[in-house]
Ligand binder design. Structure first.
Ligand SMILES: Cc1cc2nc3c(=O)[nH]c(=O)nc-3n(C[C@H](O)[C@H](O)[C@H](O)COP(=O)(O)O)c2cc1C
Length: 168
């Protein structure tokens, strides 16, 4: 059985140290790649059909709307994962508006993760998971959740040791 690292990451304006910065590589993507390197697992990027806006304010507006209306936006049509191949699934995301982006909710709708070991990780501006872990545990039934790893965006490129310890 194999390990999967499924993640969502946003390219564009982002919040870092409470300031808007342009990221050319997503923070969560950088962590996902490190985990893949350490585990030898398969990387899978969760992508949306209608791209999230580049501009932070527009992205925040859409994320808030999706959150408030409980919208689960369409995933980009493409490679469908064969989830049966995996027994361990890392799920990575940025914290948006205190939880995971709704596109990650769409991903969770689409795959049966029962019986898998789920290892959640996130990046954020404040260092916590917000309500994302509780939310994920309430919608993913029958899976075994391990501890999560939360890394501040500003620390992502100095986090190799933490990631190594987490991966084990
Ligand atoms: C729309 C939006 C909403 C955000 N909301 C939060 C938040 O509620 N709490 C927080 O700590 N960071 C928040 N952030 C900051 C991101 O979580 C942080 O920059 C993260 O590392 C981005 O990861 P990425 O580059 O993989 O997308 C938000 C960023 C965006 C774009």
């Amino acid at each position: 059985m194999k390990t999967l690292i499924a993640y969502f990451s946003h390219i564009g304006e982002n919040l870092q140290n409470n300031e808007i910065v342009v990221l050319t590589k997503g923070n969560t993507e950088a962590v996902a790649e490190k985990i893949a390197e350490l585990t030898g697992g398969d990387l899978y990027k969760i992508e949306e059909e209608e791209p999230y806006p580049f501009k932070y304010d527009d992205c925040l507006r859409r994320s808030r709307r999706e959150d408030e209306n409980n919208e689960h936006p369409a995933l980009k049509a493409g490679m469908k994962l064969n989830m049966d191949e995996y027994d361990t699934v890392y799920i990575g995301f940025p914290i948006w508006y205190r939880t995971y982006p709704r596109i990650v909710a769409s991903f969770l709708d689409n795959y049966d993760l029962a019986g898998k070991k789920i290892r959640p990780f996130c990046t954020n501006d404040e260092g916590t998971f917000g309500i994302s872990l509780l939310e994920m545990q309430s919608v993913v039934k029958g899976a075994e959740f391990t501890d999560g790893l939360a890394i501040r965006g500003v620390d992502v490129h100095n986090a190799d040791e933490r990631i190594k310890v987490y991966v084990g």
